[in-house]
Design a protein. Structure first.
Length: 224
């Protein structure tokens, strides 16, 4: 197997973390996002989305983190993607919620426009409106995550056992660290995220992202 990725990619992190924790081996092929290699050939034709990660396993090519996590868990018969129909449905629901609700406002309206120049809006007014919208909406989604998904005292997002939903969601939620987001108003989220960060491979896998965050120490962000 080959995993085309970048170590500072938010969407590569959940796959790399899961593989590291479960001892799944694959050749890592770095796509240099910093030089725009994902917009250049041969990668632009290899994945027309121009995004990472991409997993290649024989004649199979997968281009979405969520799909890659599900495939790997099934391929290696891992309990993090339960076989029970209802338990699996809960995992799917959680991953879809992160992708279609939380990530939209959290990533693309709040965090990314402040972190990456190519995500900035073309005018100062447009940028301000986008980020303020993202901040307001993110507060709502974080409250739902805190009160609904984690509000019953569960340890992990879908119950008492860690699943690929936790890997996927934690990598997205931890994006907030890069804009120094204060999670103290969401104690269940904070506690759950701390449990994920305590995984043995979280630090090594997140090292490049942490380094990037450190380079932004003097930058001011809109967060909570």
């Amino acid at each position: 197997m080959k995993l085309h990725m970048h170590p500072a990619s938010i969407t590569s992190r959940p796959v790399r973390l899961f593989m590291a924790e479960k001892g799944i081996e694959a050749e890592e092929v770095i796509v240099d996002l910093m030089t725009g290699a994902h917009h250049q050939e041969p990668f632009a034709s290899f994945n027309p989305n121009r995004l990472v990660p991409v997993l290649v396993d024989g004649d199979l090519k997968l281009t979405e983190s969520s799909a890659i996590l599900k495939y790997l868990a099934d391929k290696f018969d891992l309990p993090e993607y339960p076989k029970d129909l209802k338990a699996r449905a809960r995992v799917n629901e959680m991953m879809d919620w992160i992708n279609t609700n939380f990530y939209r406002d959290w990533g693309y309206n709040l965090c990314y426009p402040q972190l990456f120049p190519h995500h900035q809006r073309p005018t100062a007014e447009g940028q301000d409106v986008t980020v303020r919208w993202g901040s307001d909406k993110s507060k709502f989604w974080l409250q739902v995550l805190n009160d609904y998904w984690l509000g019953d005292g569960r340890t992990w997002l879908t119950g008492d056992q860690i699943t690929i939903a936790d890997y996927f969601a934690a990598s997205v939620v931890a994006l907030g660290d890069m804009i120094r987001y204060d999670f103290s108003a969401y104690p269940n989220v904070s506690a759950w995220l701390s449990r994920m960060k305590a995984l043995p491979n979280w630090g090594p896998v997140s090292a490049a992202l942490d380094g990037f965050a450190g380079s932004l120490a003097d930058k001011k962000f809109v967060s909570a």
